[in-house]
Design a protein around this ligand. Structure first.
Ligand SMILES: [Zn+2]
Length: 224
């Protein structure tokens, strides 16, 4: 495994540290290698300065970048509060990181295309469902004015949108669902219900008021 013998690099948390080889000042958060002989060494003296830092965050990206990289290193930082070294990310070859990023972008692309395909499929299912719903309305209410069956079906399906398309394909229609949708439509389109509401009638009273009218229209539509 690559992890074995993989160099460990520390994010410097000490003040006034200098590279044991070139003497350069190592700033806070500078990446350093701790060597038994030379003490702290800068990346350049450790021959790791061609690597780029990839912070932890995306497990997939990190795994891919590391796999592509001939040489990689783990970056740790000592936490004073928790008194332990904590992983900050990895060092990998720039080219390896670029390749990994491209692969992840391609994945995202694939996912995006799949989402679009699913949405399209759902839309098709919804359209087919609405059509069958409308046909069923037309069958039960042959006297329903032209085009109204589609209006009712579309409205009813929009109310259950998403849910409908996915489950409806194979499912039979519940007759009471059609009846409810048709009656609701008649209430709004063929009676004074909405007007009564806008005049401040309580909902229940308004419903009571238009009941007879709804029944009259239903009968008319059923007869054809
Ligand atoms: Zn150095």
């Amino acid at each position: 495994m690559k992890a074995e013998g993989e160099p460990v690099v520390f994010m410097n948390s000490r003040e006034g540290l200098t590279c044991g080889v070139c003497g350069k000042t190592l700033e806070r958060d500078a990446l350093v290698v701790l060597d038994q002989e030379d003490g702290a060494k800068c990346l350049s003296c450790s021959k790791l300065d061609h690597l780029v830092f990839l912070p932890s965050g995306s497990a997939v990206l990190s795994r891919r970048a590391r796999k592509n990289s001939a040489l990689s290193a783990v970056v740790l930082k000592f936490s004073r509060t928790r008194r332990r070294n904590e992983r900050q990310g990895i060092l990998v070859e720039e080219e390896a990181l670029r390749e990994a990023e491209e692969k992840c972008l391609a994945d995202e692309d694939v996912r995006q295309r799949r989402r679009e395909r699913d949405a399209l499929r759902r839309e098709e299912l919804d359209t087919a469902y609405v059509k069958r719903f409308a046909d069923e309305i037309r069958r039960i209410y042959p006297g329903c004015p032209d085009g109204r069956e589609l209006e009712i079906a579309e409205h009813a399906c929009r109310k259950h949108s998403g849910r409908v398309g996915r489950t409806a394909a194979a499912k039979e229609f519940d007759p009471s669902m059609i009846e409810l949708a048709v009656r609701a439509h008649i209430r709004h389109a063929e009676t004074a219900y909405d007007e009564l509401l806008s005049e401040g009638y309580p909902r229940e009273l308004a419903r009571e008021e238009v009941k007879v009218e709804i029944e009259r229209v239903v009968e008319l539509w059923e007869k054809g």
